[in-house]
Ligand binder design. Sequence first.
Ligand code: DAH
Length: 355
Amino acid sequence: MDNDLEILKQETLSALDKAQDLREWDAVRVAALGKSAPLTQKLKELGKLAPDERKERGAILNNLRQELTAAIETKKLILEEVALQKKLSAEAVDISLPVSIQNGLIHPLSRTIEEITAIFGAMGFTVAEGPNIDSDWYNFSALNISEYHPARADHDTFYLPSDPLNHQQRLLRTQTSTVQIRTLLKEEPPIRIIAPGRTYRADHDATHSPMFHQCEGMVVDKGITLGHLKGCLVDFLRAFFGIPHLPIRFRSSYFPFTEPSIEIDIGWNRKTGELGGKSDWLEILGSGMMHARVLANCGVDPKEWQAFAFGVGLERLTMLKYGIADLRAFFESDVRWLRHYGFSPLKPASMHEGL
Ligand code: DAH
């Protein structure tokens, strides 16, 4: 090999050796094999030589080109590997460090719904649902609350524009009792359902929110009496609050959709907020034997089937059970509040563990 070719080879190999990264490597590649590289020029000039000389010199030049190409490709692989290792060590995760992410928690209201579902589930109830936007008929008329009935005024209803298809007055349901009607129209008795869900009334203070939650319950069967209502709700309240001898008082009341109507109070201490004593009574639940007219409105013969129903506010149940003072905090999405009152999703409510 000519001296100048030997120099070219040594210079390229030494520059290649010094290249620290892919950019420097590319500069060496272009200088050695690019269009204006000396070797490329020499290859171009081969045509000017006599055939014999061209053959000999062509072989030398092409060998050199192959040798340099191989060295350049090898160096590329080495630099790529170095770059990968650098990236991996820069992005390394120390898995021995404690996790700094806060796990999600179950909102206390969701927890209450889970617990109620577990308790009534064990008594053979299933969960029913209805829409939040409903019609005046489902929310009032079918429940025996006629157009000018004063009970409507108690509810501070949010009305919506009428349904353009059937011209029915629409509203945000003020009570989950709408689900009684929807279930009776859809299912054949015997029926045992609970219906937890959102309800709405124009009310806002420390114990009222314009959006709140209720749970409705309904049992339709043959020969259902007030005794069944009583047994079922006593068991429920004692299981939910975890107080086996929780004092419970049944007080006669009035709801348009029940006859007789019963309000249920539990024993507590008004000053300390503690449950279980007998010093004061706190109203907690509305209930009653379903009015024959409500059953008839849904095509169920009240002579054949009897029913009881109840409705309970879920915020109040939750506040009492966990000692939460202000209802508005339920809906402020403050993670500090949730960290304090929330529940681990890995420990769901279950009857066998005790609620
Ligand atoms: N819907 C009633 C309310 O919002 C609660 C209620 C009372 C529901 C008696 C019932 C019932 O099913 O039988 O105040």
